[in-house]
Design a protein around this ligand. Structure first.
Ligand SMILES: Nc1ncnc2c1ncn2[C@@H]1O[C@H](COP(=O)(O)OP(=O)(O)OP(=O)(O)O)[C@@H](O)[C@H]1O
Length: 234
């Protein structure tokens, strides 16, 4: 269980971007988080992924409070999360070929021997052909780079996926392809998902439950405004 309780966070303690936000994602559950631009969704998503230390509140991971964030977080907690951001060019090292971009978390965690097999497997999963894998970010399209970023997010087989506007810059067919990759991964592993976005139609179809920012910041849990289960993939 991923539980955010009364989280206050931001970039200036005197004017926090997120105030008293609570949200819960159960194992295997897909929760969509909707809200207007600038309300604090990405900040909360970064707290959930252990990338941003909150000023107040509690993050519980499987019932255990998280006490350390970013590089100070224990490796097994950090690697429990796969994160995909909106703008792949800001989250991808421009010097790395796509194959090395995908392999980066494996190398960083001392699993070099797994690189060839896992990268080949994930390249197929996300639809990257071998010629694209040898290119650097400036030599591929946004959609191709986002495919590589999704592969990187999956490479350590995380139990939780945080997709922050993952498809906002992509066309409909690439959006459908990447959502399908996430859903196949979740179906085969039971991973939970927090998908942040503006696209109500997409999140309603993609997620088991969609919560709106106004309820997240006022309700004690993220259980408000349940939506019907998705009928089909976007
Ligand atoms: N690194 C930063 N330093 C200072 N302020 C920031 C930083 N990142 C975000 N903010 C501010 O924090 C607030 C919340 O931003 P955040 O990106 O979390 O919102 P959001 O709901 O995800 O927006 P969007 O939907 O437009 O991506 C905004 O007012 C933003 O300007």
């Amino acid at each position: 269980m991923l539980e955010l309780r009364a989280i206050t966070a931001g970039y200036d303690r005197r004017a926090p971007a997120v105030r008293d936000a609570s949200l819960t994602v159960a194992p295997g559950e897909a929760v969509g988080l909707l809200g207007p631009s600038g309300c604090g969704k990405s900040t909360l998503a970064r707290v959930a992924a252990l990338l941003h230390r909150p000023d107040a509140g509690t993050l519980l991971l499987d019932g255990t409070p998280v006490r350390r964030w970013r590089h100070r977080a224990p490796r097994e907690k950090r690697t429990a999360f796969g994160v995909v951001f909106q703008q792949p060019r800001l989250s991808a090292d421009p010097r790395l070929r796509l194959t090395d971009l995908i392999a980066e978390p494996l190398r960083a965690t001392g699993r070099r021997e797994a690189v060839p097999e896992r990268v080949a497997e994930l390249a197929g999963t996300v639809g990257l052909t071998p010629d694209l894998l040898t290119r650097r970010p400036h030599e591929v399209s946004d959609g191709q780079l986002q495919r590589a970023c999704l592969a990187r997010a999956l490479v350590l087989r995380p139990r939780w996926l945080i997709c922050d506007e993952m498809t906002a810059m992509l066309d409909a067919s690439t959006t459908a392809a990447l959502v399908a990759v996430v859903e196949d991964y979740r179906a085969s592993t039971g991973a939970g998902l927090l998908a942040v976005g503006h696209d109500q139609t997409l999140l309603h179809r993609w997620c088991d439950r969609t919560v709106h920012w106004d309820t997240v910041t006022s309700a004690p849990t993220g259980a408000a405004r349940p939506q019907p289960k998705r009928m089909s993939r976007p």
